[in-house]
Design a binder for this molecule. Structure first.
Ligand code: NAD
Length: 242
């Protein structure tokens, strides 16, 4: 579905508006479960990657392979779309870009158990619904970017588009949390206690640690910067569901 839908849009763009910048919201799932092979260290509340590792200080950059790794069918369909988007840039010279997102969120995000984790977590905290944490000791780490900052990145690209670009895009070291840290923050902001339980089995192929290195995008588009950090993001989500 991602692959076919994206191909249809690419083809329509090539035929009718080839000069138009083509922005694809790809995903860090294109890297499959390769991030789980990183030499992660278990800390009190989160898994971490030491500063001696090339991805440790700034997060994972676009040099990580997307090949020979378990993607899930969703991830595989995103890989297909991602490669097509790149190819329309390289082969036809169109202005195409893949933003490989970490967790993209904001006050209007529709959180469900398997998607939109911060929005769903805050909703459960506020409404008193039970919440289940799947595996990794609750120490799995995600970076989180507000939709405003993401759209601002899209707009920067739109104004001076390049061909066949690929960018990791997320909260980076600027905005990230483990599940345990996110629970603490939701409880602090809402003043309520979350009713959560732990399920031993992690989701298949789920990342243990993901932090995006956004420096490639920043170097191409120095006018872009973050407006939101993790606390502000969760504050807005709280207001939206309180
Ligand atoms: N949220 C994340 O953490 C995350 C991470 C990486 C990548 N992405 C990607 O970002 C994109 C948006 O994700 P999201 O989390 O905001 O999802 P979402 O479900 O909140 O939003 C999807 C949007 O697409 C619209 N939509 C769905 N089917 C459509 C159709 N057939 N025609 C037109 N519009 C349609 C929906 O109305 C909705 O506005 C997706 O491509 C997703 O794979 C999201």
């Amino acid at each position: 579905m991602n692959a076919l839908g994206t191909l249809n849009l690419l083809e329509a763009c090539r035929l009718f508006c080839p000069e138009t910048p083509f922005i694809f919201t790809s995903t860090n799932k294109v890297y499959g479960d390769s991030p789980n092979r990183l030499p992660l260290v278990e800390e009190e509340k989160r898994w971490e990657l030491g500063p001696e590792h090339p991805y440790g200080v700034h997060g994972i950059d676009e040099s990580m392979s997307i090949d020979q790794t378990k993607h899930s069918l969703f991830g595989a369909s995103k890989v297909a779309a991602d490669v097509l988007v790149q190819e329309y840039g390289r082969y036809f010279g169109m202005k195409t870009v893949c933003f490989r997102g970490g967790c993209l969120t904001g006050p209007a995000h529709a959180g469900t158990e398997l998607h939109g984790f911060l929005a769903y977590l805050m909703k459960c905290t506020v409404q008193g619904n039970p919440y289940r944490v799947f595996g990794y000791g609750g120490k799995q780490v995600r970076d989180n970017i507000h939709s405003h900052d993401l759209v601002e990145a899209f707009f920067q690209y739109f104004q001076t588009p390049r061909s066949a670009e690929v960018y990791n895009m997320g909260g980076s070291r600027h905005s990230n949390c483990s599940m345990l840290e996110a629970i603490e923050l939701c409880q602090e902001i809402s003043g309520k206690k979350l009713n959560w339980s732990y399920v031993e089995d992690n989701r298949i192929g789920d990342h243990i640690w993901w932090i995006s290195d956004v420096r490639k995008f920043q170097s191409h588009y120095p006018g872009w910067s973050y407006r939101y950090g993790l606390r502000e993001i969760l504050g807005e989500i709280h207001q939206a569901c309180a």
